[in-house]
Design a protein around this ligand. Sequence first.
Ligand SMILES: [Zn+2]
Length: 478
Amino acid sequence: MPTPDSCLRKSSQQPLGAFRRQAASEPDFFSAQNLHGEHCGVCGRDDAEADIWIADGRRMCVQCRRLEHVGGHLKEAEYLFWVWGNDRGRARRTLIRQSESRIGLPGADFDVYLLSEPPVFSELTRMDNAHLESINRLADPDGNHHGYSCGFRFAGKWDKEKSSGDWDFDKFAENAEGIQKLGVLRMDVDNLGEILIRGLDFKEEGNSGPHPQPLSQRERGVSGEEREKPLGSLSRVATLSRQLHLFFAGYLMELLRNFPRVQVIYAGGDDVFLIGSWDELPRAAKAIRGEFRQYCADNEHFTLSGGIAIVDGRYPIARAAELAGETEHAAKALRRGKFIDKEKDALCFLDTAIGWENFEHAESLQIEIRSLIDGMNGNRAILGRLRAVVEAADEFRRLSLRRNYSSEQMAALIHWQKWRWRLVYNIERMTKRYKDLEPRLKELVKRIVDPETKATQPVLDWLQLPTRWAEFLTRRKD
Ligand SMILES: [Zn+2]
């Protein structure tokens, strides 16, 4: 009988034995793989199968070339044409002549075509195994004499009607106000899983009335008085998710018409991925959040968090999307309020996570800072004064990291640091030079120095946002 010790040895040696055989049979096992030498400029792939081509000075792998091909057709697509069964071959033969893109999904028993016009078939062709969907437009209810069904589909997509309809990514940067950068916004509904799981349980009405049987502890709930009735059902969950999709894939496109320098990369389900000239994105994010609140009848459980990343126009878009994802994550991680009772429902922009309830305050500070700069004939010295406050607060936080202050203690301590008198002193000196701006400069100082007891986040938590925002907007293009 094997001893436990020998078992242990055997089990730990045998797997290595397999590797040893593998390594012995392949002399090149540990040598570097045969790489292509060049990597794809889009995804970074550099393996031997990447099949990298250089076109228009760009290096692209086979996969990215295919995606670009589909992406180009998606931009132009006005219709989706679905074909299955016996009609697949006929559709392929006919539609190959129309400028089209067929998307073959491996293993699927249907084809789907991206078309810019409805498909054209000869007079007598019957296409019973097909369905035509117009994108973001209601379909012609009269149908057609080829026999395929017609419908419509809402899809968040690139809007070529806008002035930015044929822009490259770097064109968005060129056309930005202030600093020439491209912005990427990602946003989605907070706690959607929880909403779907528990959101359809309602307090039972009239629970003071007679119940046929005594309530169990679970039915009574924690308070012993309220009873929740689970109303979740497949159809209710489907309705909820369809309603969310209608907002993000349908209404969002309409809403974004007011933002000519913003385009949709993806929108649907419960989330959004936009690109645009950086300066237009915070306004777009605010509009989406505001309209979404209304759409949900101001139900406090439906909130959105988002993140905006700012990059150069030539920055790889996949990496920019990751950066925006990280900033969105920072917004979702934001906890605030006197009793840390509020979380998510926030935006992270310019490395600052701010609750939506404070966003307008930050935006109005940004507008006031810019207006003051205007009033000083473009002298941006005030930005330096505000940046010094932000840096002083940051440094205090850094030095106090090990002290385990509560966030409330930390806010109070930062509040009374020496940045206060420095700011007051520096702005006072400015008022000597710009006499007519004195009341406004003093008001600005007051907004930063005066404690706000009701705010969920003290100003010093997010002062960086309006300061950098104003700085980027006033940076001259040259
Ligand atoms: Zn690639």
